[in-house]
Design a protein around this ligand. Sequence first.
Ligand SMILES: Nc1ncnc2c1ncn2[C@@H]1O[C@H](COP(=O)(O)OP(=O)(O)OP(=O)(O)O)[C@@H](O)[C@H]1O
Length: 633
Amino acid sequence: MEKISVAVRFRPSAGEDASGGRHWKVEDNRISLHRPLGTPISGVSFAFDRVFEQSCKNVTVYSVLTKSIIEAAVNGFNGTAFAYGQTSSGKTYTMNGSEDDPGIIQLAVNDVFSSIEEIKEREFLIRVSYMEIYNEEINDLLAVENQKLQIHESLDRGIFVAGLREEIVNSADQVSKLLTLGEANRHFGETNMNVRSSRSHTIFRMVIESSANDTLSCCDFPNADAIRVSVLNLVDLAGSERIAKTGADGVRLKEGKHINKSLMALGNVINKLSDSGKQRGHIPYRDSKLTRILQPALGGNAKTSIICTVAPEEIHIEETRGTLQFASRAKRITNCAQVNEILTDAALLKRQKLEIEELRRKLQGSHSEVLEQVILKQRNDMLKSELECEKLAMQLEEERKSREALENCIREQQMKIDALNSFASSSELSRNLAQDDADCTLESHNSITPNLRAIPNEFVARRSNYSMVSDCSPLPETFGNKADEDMWLQMNKGCSTDLNMLQMTPSQDSQPTPFKEMPPLPSPGERRSSGTERRAVLEKCALLERECGLLREENSALSRALATSDEGAKLLSSQKEELWTELNEERRRMEDLREEMRSFGLALAQRDGMLRSLYTRSKGIAGNLGARQVVLP
Ligand SMILES: Nc1ncnc2c1ncn2[C@@H]1O[C@H](COP(=O)(O)OP(=O)(O)OP(=O)(O)O)[C@@H](O)[C@H]1O
């Protein structure tokens, strides 16, 4: 928001003011009315940004008040400079100048072309038009056939005068020629106040369009695709006049009435705009063609300056006072100027994309990227844990199987031990009986050779029967042979034995012989039948005891192995338990992270949506703002 620049300019006095009456005094940009003797009249004092005294040249006025607006217009800001004041106060002189004192229009045109020459990075297209509002009708000053033109308003072009001729220009000279042409078509008329009085308001308009050169990278300059279009209005108003003073009648009277009416409409708009926001209410831009066309310059999207021209003579004190009051109100008006850019759809899309990408980058940089990496790591860890778990499960299964095998073996051994024990106890009884018999028989039957041929077969049959319990006996492979060897040694120690009557115990791999019923114990009569037989039984008992001992050892070894296996299984099981806990923990964390990612995605989508609605709104605002300007066809 910026205030309209307002300055007051005194035209040189038309002649020696010999009245010696009231007069205006200028001190430090303050204008006050003084009595003939020089004392100030209270309540008639005005302060302005700048007051230009009578000797001031147009170039000074331009430099102070308008130059910055022209520079801004070249850079895309709308600009308006207009001259306001009573008839014959020097408005046209200020705007058009003279041969040796170029006016603001010429100085502005010169500056526009010199500025665009210096801006190498942009390409410019300048179009000019020149129109007048005469008796509340709009005429084209560059094409006399274009009369009574209408004001239109559209979303794209804003307020525009339909059918107005626009000339593309490349130099200040070209513009000068067009200005000369327009001046020739303008309505002037002689009044009592001014031999060449402007009977219309004129608006010289330059449309400055620019776009960036191809050399600019769109990536470096996201707005490089945008086209800037600014409108510069240089306005020379017709002067307010008192009919009594101008002596107008007929056509001049009619003109005067229209001039005054439109200037009153301008005054009303300025009054309304100078009110504070709450009191302002409706701004009557539509009350005249002048205010309608100047709408963007008054409280809108433009940088605006007003040069209020006044006549120094005492005879014009009231008109000057009115102009100063108008100027005081006008300087309270604030405008909101901004660069006018038109974006093509592609450029808009590109800009939006860049913004969204930028946001995405910021979001990812801050959190999402880190989260994604963490999730990736979690996923890897989880996979590793699952593999570990599977491995442990397999090991556990193997352990379970080998434990089962061990338990089977132990059961088998136990059965063997039980069987041997029961056999041993029955053999013990036989041995005792045999010992008793031997004691009495040895004395009388000392020479009888023992007959062992029937019993070894039965023993061998029982051993084979044990091996039927399981196909895979845990006994050492050589055990059978060793036992047989021992038995053979025992049997041959100190006594002669028929080797043919011995049978070797089958090894573990040998085919089991079919199970046979345990033979019944010999009857007392049979026991007594042979001493050799008893001895053989004794030896078999000893052998069985030894075998039983071996089996017990084996059994306890198996039990120990089983206990170790149990411990291993417990360890594996607890490890598996821990891994499952870890795995579940990892899964939970991963779920949390996924949830966080989802909420980030949601936030990003919301941000995208906000951007899009922001863009739609800004486009709407731009459309509305544009609708307040006159855009030429
Ligand atoms: N600053 C100035 N220096 C020299 N001459 C001036 C100056 N201002 C105005 N004049 C002269 O005063 C006369 C009236 O000026 P001008 O026509 O510019 O007034 P105006 O405000 O445009 O009047 P109108 O509203 O009737 O068109 C002209 O002859 C003009 O040359």
